[in-house]
Design a protein around this ligand. Structure first.
Ligand SMILES: C[S@@+](CC[C@H](N)C(=O)[O-])C[C@H]1O[C@@H](n2cnc3c(N)ncnc32)[C@H](O)[C@@H]1O
Length: 477
């Protein structure tokens, strides 16, 4: 983050605007809306600014800017179109340690102004840090369309009731639940429909009910976070992540996904970190139970789908034994996500009648697998946690009759910006993995369909965008 986002309180604070044209008048509108005491320095000013001067809302110092003009101001805005003057203004402001913004000149800015969606007192600010102002404006337009016009009334109503709620409802968690009821339910609907009296009656009713039954009620939400791309989260996953008091997550869950959770939620990693002691399943179960008994709503966030090689089953068993409420939200499992992003149709009708999801993890797993059936033709195998077992998988499948030239694809960090797809055939699986230094998380796809991905890679990811010459998919036969 190159800029620290903040909202400045400018009410009654002297601010300086340099320039007297139309652009300056637009800046004046905003500064005055925030209550600033505004002085404009310019030899001449446009009619809109002149009106403000006549009505006494701004002071006009007639003349060219001089460095001493910045003295005594909290903020300087340079809206002149003269680059030389702009540099003078910026240097003077910087010298006096006053934040300065120059319209359309990022080099002469010590702060940037965001595009805003104004539902005062709710204000949403969007910034690209000066990198792409038009993109920020486009995002603003999109947000404008989804934020109801009366949102500000809702915030004002909440503010009027805040102290009463604090006096009647104990504890942060209980108050949070109360406000969620207000913002998600009938009060919200009332305000948006313009039924303000009804909204007031309903908030009073809710407060009465909430203050009578203040009991802690926690719950666990076992949520699948998908294979990596935040865009593959389900709507339900996102909703619950934003309501949870605590997010207990696996190491595989990407930071970009965690960032979508409630900002003030406690985040606890229970993942396995190579070289460090990892949390045992029993410890995770105990942690979930303890958190819920403390009244917390816990989002147990797992990579992919919680029930596919995710030990979600063990977690709900433990919760059920402890009589704790839970919900399960499925996620896109690695096989589905990785295959899609590698352009591999797992069950192309000409080549595969079934797809088998299997894991080769653990000491004896390779010996326990039903190799004669796995080696049959016209089926696709999607192998999880298999990187260290590639030599066994290769030799067993060939031993039980799968053709050595069966296509394979190894998808490393699938769906993420660092996705890598390596194509080859069963007979060179181990060599390829070694040659390319494949590391977990990686998924192995074995079957004719794997070959269909060659030349059909549509997803390149950020890594490819940053190094367009880098060959992302690798095909070796
Ligand atoms: C403990 S399992 C969890 C699987 C997860 N529950 C799911 O449904 O995808 C972890 C394994 O899933 C596979 N995996 C998960 N995410 C992946 C990704 N983004 N790219 C490739 N493989 C992935 C890898 O084989 C990894 O070792």
């Amino acid at each position: 983050m190159d800029y620290f986002p903040a909202f400045l309180k400018l009410k009654d604070r002297p601010c300086l605007l340099v320039g007297g044209g139309v652009v300056a008048s637009r800046k004046a509108d905003l500064l005055l809306a925030a209550g600033a005491r505004l002085t404009v320095v310019a030899p001449e000013i446009c009619p809109a600014l002149a009106l403000y001067v006549t009505s006494g809302r701004i002071t006009h110092r007639i003349g060219r800017f001089t460095p001493s003009d910045v003295n005594g101001h909290w903020l300087v805005v340079n809206a002149s179109d003269d680059p030389e003057l702009g540099s003078e203004v910026f240097e003077a402001a910087n010298g006096a340690r006053i934040f300065c913004n120059s319209v359309d000149d990022k080099g002469l800015c010590s702060y940037v102004t965001p595009a805003i969606i104004d539902r005062s007192p709710v204000v949403v600010a969007v910034s690209s840090g000066g990198a792409a102002p038009l993109l920020a404006r486009k995002i603003r337009t999109q947000i404008e369309t989804i934020l109801p016009a009366r949102l500000g009334h809702l915030a004002t109503l909440a503010s009027a009731w805040r102290d009463r709620v604090k006096n009647r409802i104990d504890g942060l968690l209980n108050r949070r639940r109360f406000w969620e009821q207000v913002f998600d339910g009938v009060v919200y609907d009332d305000v948006l429909a313009g039924r303000f009296q009804s909204a007031t009656r309903n908030i009073a009713f809710l407060l009465e009910a909430a203050s009578r039954s203040q009991r802690k009620e926690g719950e666990v939400w076992l949520v699948g976070a998908g294979p990596g791309d935040p865009g593959l989260l389900t709507m339900r996953a996102l909703q619950l992540m934003q309501r949870a008091d605590v997010i207990v997550h696996d190491r595989l869950v990407a930071d970009e996904i965690l960032a979508l959770g409630r900002r003030d939620a406690e985040k606890i990693s229970v993942g396995k970190v190579p070289g460090c002691r990892s949390t045992t399943q029993e410890e995770i179960n105990e942690l979930l139970i303890r958190l819920v008994r403390d009244g917390k709503r816990v989002c147990r966030l797992k990579g992919g789908d919680p029930f596919i090689f995710g030990r979600g089953g063990e977690e709900i068993e433990a919760l059920a034994r402890a009589d704790i409420r839970y919900q399960v939200v499925p996620g896109i499992t690695a096989a589905a996500g990785c295959a899609a992003y590698a352009g591999i149709p797992l069950t192309h009708r000409d080549m595969a009648q079934s797809v088998v999801l299997l894991t080769a993890h653990g000491k004896d797993s390779v010996d326990r697998l039903d190799w004669p059936s796995l080696a049959r033709d016209r089926q696709t195998l999607a192998l999880y946690m298999a990187v260290r077992r590639f030599p066994d998988i290769q030799s067993k499948l060939v031993e039980y009759g799968r053709s050595p030239d069966t296509p394979i694809a190894i998808i490393e960090r699938g769906t993420s910006d660092n996705q890598r797809v390596i194509h080859g055939s069963l007979e060179n699986l181990t060599d390829l993995a070694e040659q390319h230094g494949v590391i977990a998380p990686a998924l192995l796809i074995v079957g004719e369909v794997a070959g269909l991905g060659v030349g059909r890679e549509w997803f390149e990811g950020q890594a490819a965008a940053q190094a367009p010459d880098r060959p992302v998919p690798v095909a070796v036969f």
